[in-house]
Structures are given as structure tokens and as C-alpha cells.
Design a binder for this molecule. Sequence first.
Ligand code: EPZ
Length: 426
Amino acid sequence: MAYANQSEVFAMIVIQGPGALSGELSVQGAKNSALPLLAAAVLARGETVLHNCPRLSDVDTACRILEHLGCRCRWQEGSLVIENAATCCEVPQCLMREMRSSIVFLGAIVSRCGEARLCFPGGCELGPRPIDLHLEALSRLGVEIQEEGGCLSCAAPRGIQGSYIPLSFPSVGATENVMLAAACGRGTTVIENAAREPEICDLAAYLNRCGARIYGAGEGCVIIDGVEALYGCEHRVMPDRIAAATYLAAGAVTGGTVTLTGVDNTHLLPMLPPFEAAGCAVRQMGGAICLMAPPRLSGIRHLRTMPYPGFPTDAQPVVMAMAAVGQGTSVFVENIFQNRFRQAEELGRMGAKIKVEGRVAVVEGVEHLTGAQVQAGDLRGGAALAVAGLAAWGTTQITGERHIHRGYQDLAGSLRALGANIQEAP
Ligand code: EPZ
């Protein structure tokens, strides 16, 4: 398959600010739905077609995993087509290391092949990324797991046996792994304290369209009645709620007016309070949302990240970039990841006043930021630097753009469509 891995083409984003954004933008398909959907395609016989699948380097990596397993992937008129001929049950370390979320292939591979071999995805920029909840849940389903030298050998000699799975934390990935492992298992599986994120509902919708029997997705308890077989189908990937929050933050921080189309407004509701606290007027209508920013943002006072339907951790960095120029103090409490304030130091190079103590960050809003050379350390932190660069006076150069390409389909082009002075440079 031809991969559009732009990170080999560009290494830096250059932004001239400030400049108010305005106009309309259609939002990409959701990275965090496309990835588990691609893993789910391993379970479905025949062909799966994913419409509205975003063109991202993480999607490229997932396709490399699928092709290593024996599937064939191709883009056809903007949709991703996966022909499932998976026979291999091993994911090479290089691909596991490229993308932590590749752990979500485990449940699908062990269900399809009866065994699976892959390595620990390893820590990441956000702090340790343990998979204990995944492994504990899969072992309850009858999967025998050997860990050796950072690699996992898994086998289900008696097949996947339905079971009761109480999750001690509503882990998105662990919930997805159990759904994938149990969809074709024997008997019924009940996931207690399941993640409620919209991406869970999107995965259940695809699996049910393939013939699965999954009930309660999006609620705290998901029930999976195992079926004999699943058959590929067409599915439209849900809109990316985090990309939407990113473009709303870009409009807010520049004092602009932006309209996003192709969104699911229900998914955006948990993210709107900080925008409204900052003084933005937000109007939701059908599949669109319009944000009108005040000439100067207010601080957002207090924001804590929580599992859905709380405020999503993935939108915290871009809202911090907004708060950096908001009038007053904003307090952030990051309850999901240990190390998700990496953008604070780089925002500081642009003049932001942010004090980080463990899981708490205190932001004193400043009149304006100043363009600087900054380094993206992770996907959403990189997006936050771009948001800040749009409002900063002067030139901002963001290196480490490969992080951004993991989750944003042409971020620079999308912001340019809203009037930003932004280029990609080698
Ligand atoms: C998914 O990651 C998303 N990634 C993340 O988005 C998102 O931030 C996260 O959910 C929370 O919403 C994808 O969907 C590909 P978790 P995931 O399991 O599944 C701990 C982005 O920027 N935990 O809900 O890895 C874990 O350490 C990415 O798009 C365990 O302790 O998230 C973390 O503190 C970043 N043991 C917390 O739970 C486990 O076995 C949340 O993790 C699993 C997780």
C-alpha cells in the first residue's frame, strides 16, 4: 500500500502570528476510532471498507501491522479497504514500538488465530503506559500469557471463554481489547466499569454491523454475546472530537470566528465549558459547531481531566495554550496521564507563565505570547504549540512535526484554510 507518511517530507511547522482565524472547516475522522477499527478488521472475514478514515501516520502504522498479519490494505476513493487474509499471529517489535495503541491488536489476533506474540508497547511521552488491565482481562477470558524479555506470548488453548471482567479503571484500550477478544468467544462477557468514550460506541457499531452482539457500549457495563463469525462491512469512522477541540482552540486563541462541519456535537459537549468560561460564544447546529471568540479571552479558572463524559485529557494541552493568553488564572488537574504537561515548558519559551507541580498546572494568563523555536514532544502537545503560535507575535518554528502527523490530517493545511499564516518546512 502507498503510505502517506508525511513525516519524511516535512520536519518543521512555521507560523507567523498573530492573526484571527475565520471560515469553515470539515473535521477529519477520529484517529482513536480508526485504530481499534483497523484491529477489529482482523476478526471480520472478507472485506471491510472504512469511510472517513483519516490519513495519518498512525493509520499507516496500523496498516503495516495488518499487512504483516497477512491482510491487504488500499485506499480507494478516499476510503480505506482492508481485505482480511490474516494468518500470522505476530506483531514485530519495530511496529509495536512505533505505536503504543498497537496493543489493541492483541485481543483480535488471539481470537482469530488462537495465539498471539507481540512485545510490550513500551512507555511513551505521556509517562508509563502499563497494560496490566489488558492482560488481566484477557486472562479472565482464558488467554494464557507468558511475558519474557519484554515480549508477550499468548495462547487460548480452549478458545476465548466468556467471563465477567471488572475493570479497576475505565481504560479505553482495555475495554476495546476485551470487546475484540470476546466478540467471537464462547458465551457471554460482561465488562464492568467499561470506558464510555464515543470511540467505544463506534467500535461496537462496526462489530455489530459485522454480526457481533454487543450491548451497552457507551455505558458503564458492556455485554458481549460471542458469535461464530464476523463478516466485513462498510463503516463510517466517527468524527475526531479532539481534532475539533483543537480547531476550536485555534479560533478562540486568535479572537476569531470558526465553524466546524462534520462533527458529532454530542461528543463535544464535555469540552465546551472551558471555551465558554473563557468568554467564547458557541453555537451547535446539527453536524456543525460555530465558535465566536471575544477580543481577549478570560482565564478558564479550573479544569480537571476525567474519563468520558468528563473533560478529555487529549484536549487539555490545546486548552492550556488558550489559557496562556487568558485574563486571569487557570488551574489544570491532569488525572489520566502522569506526564501530560510537557507542552508547558515549550509554551514558557513563548512567554507563557505556567507552574507545574505533579498533576497540577497553574497558568497565569499574559497579554500576548511571542514567537519562538519550540519542540513538539508528543501529539497533543505539538498541537498546543501550533495553537499558541497562531496567537503569538512573530514567528514560531515547531520541530518534531512527526508527532503531529500521527494524529492530525494536514494540520497546517486545515489551519491555512481558516486563514492562518502557516507553512511546513523541511
Ligand atoms: C486512549 O489511550 C487514547 N488512545 C488516548 O489518546 C487517550 O488519551 C486515552 O485513551 C484516554 O482517553 C487511543 O485510543 C489510540 P487508557 P489508552 O487505557 O487506551 C492507565 C491521543 O493523544 N492504564 O484509557 O492507552 C494509563 O496508564 C492518545 O490521541 C493502566 O494503568 O488509554 C493511563 O494513565 C493519547 N493500565 C490511564 O489508564 C492499563 O492496562 C488511561 O489509559 C491501561 C491503562
